[in-house]
Ligand binder design. Structure first.
Ligand code: SF4
Length: 338
């Protein structure tokens, strides 16, 4: 009885929406001329995203480099201010916040970057790095602060004996653990993980993913997990959104996306993942996309994927496909999806 109540509470928590992203746009101006800088256009890095992130879930966000996924993560946290649209964190609309109110809510949202080498100050000790956010947000001082730093290091699998050491004394995986400890110091609800394992050795990647999963279930964290290929997000994500040239083209539960991808771009990305069984690998067809990703300064008309889509028809270059719910929360933006 107690067990079923607990699992029901966890399910209820997981189905509650933590973040709502509505019509999110991030455009960067392009200027020409050195002295009289004249604006000549826009880079449309993120162009009209709509999605929710549920409390306690991991939403994977996948796409080729330059598709706008990192910009999306930064815009949600207001590290880059959106050009248009709304970002609701529970009931608070973040794009309207400034100054102290924005600073306070940022405590609940953290970001882990791809490169643990670049995101740690080489002149600070591990103890100072992890305790800095505790000081900035006034969460702990003196002996209490020291105890919290020790506890955070233990939580990420490091020993408190490391507090006097510097980042260069650690391996890539250990540095990423320090980055995670620093992010956890402010007790966040939501973490944007921007390719957190891409710079690590393959042998270390699984350890960091496992750590992030166990921290998630222990602390009830919600993740937006950004990656450039679908194999990385498979094990950690509850749902996955696929991005192409500033837009989400498909969003679905993990299993639905892998078993029945509806968008030709998702199908192409999935077909690029090698299968460990050599017999199956030899027989299956790979979809090789022609051409490069077009420039976000002048995206193609209609469906942005039409210049590379192997099944495009006339209407694709003229009319933008709607982002439709095909049932069970499986969304796709393709005229031909059924
Ligand atoms: Fe391809 Fe047309 Fe579908 Fe776009 S709308 S993915 S071009 S079939």
């Amino acid at each position: 009885m107690v067990q079923s109540q607990t699992s029901r509470t966890q399910t209820d928590r997981k189905s509650a929406t933590l973040l709502k992203i509505r019509d999110l746009q991030v455009y960067f101006p392009i200027y020409k001329g050195i002295i009289l800088q004249k604006q000549v256009g826009w880079i449309k890095a993120v162009d009209g995203l709509n999605f929710d992130i549920k409390r306690g879930e991991t939403l994977g966000l996948v796409g080729e480099s330059g598709c706008g996924k990192s910009t999306t993560g930064r815009a949600i946290l207001q590290l880059i201010r959106p050009t248009h649209g709304q970002v609701y964190f529970e009931d608070t609309e973040l794009t309207q916040l400034t100054g102290e109110s924005l600073r306070q809510i940022r405590q609940q949202m953290q970001m882990i970057f791809q490169d643990p080498y670049a995101s740690l100050n080489p002149r600070m000790t591990v103890g100072d790095i992890v305790s800095e956010p505790l000081e900035i947000f006034g969460l702990a001082t003196g002996r209490d602060k020291q105890q919290q730093v020790n506890r955070l290091l233990e939580m990420v699998g490091l020993t408190p004996d490391f507090i006097h050491r510097y980042p260069h004394e650690f391996s890539g995986g250990q540095r990423q653990r320090i980055v995670i400890a620093r992010a956890l110091a402010v007790r966040p609800d939501f973490i944007v993980c921007d390719e957190p394992i891409a710079a690590l050795d393959v042998s270390i990647q699984a350890q960091i993913v496992n750590l992030m999963q166990s921290l998630q279930s222990e602390l009830g964290l919600t993740y937006l997990f950004i990656a450039h290929d679908l194999s990385v997000v498979r094990h950690i994500s509850d749902r996955i959104a696929v991005m192409y040239l500033g837009k989400i083209v498909e969003l679905a539960d993990r299993n639905a996306l892998y078993e029945k991808p509806l968008h030709p771009y998702t199908q192409a990305l999935l077909s690029a993942i090698p299968i460990p069984d050599p017999q199956i690998e030899a027989k299956r067809d790979r979809i090789v996309l022609q051409g490069d990703v077009p420039s976000p300064t002048n995206p193609p008309s209609g469906c942005r994927f039409h210049t590379r889509c192997p099944i495009a028809i006339d209407v694709c270059s003229q009319q933008e496909p709607e982002f439709r719910d095909m049932g069970g929360g499986h969304y796709v933006a393709c005229h031909l999806a059924e």
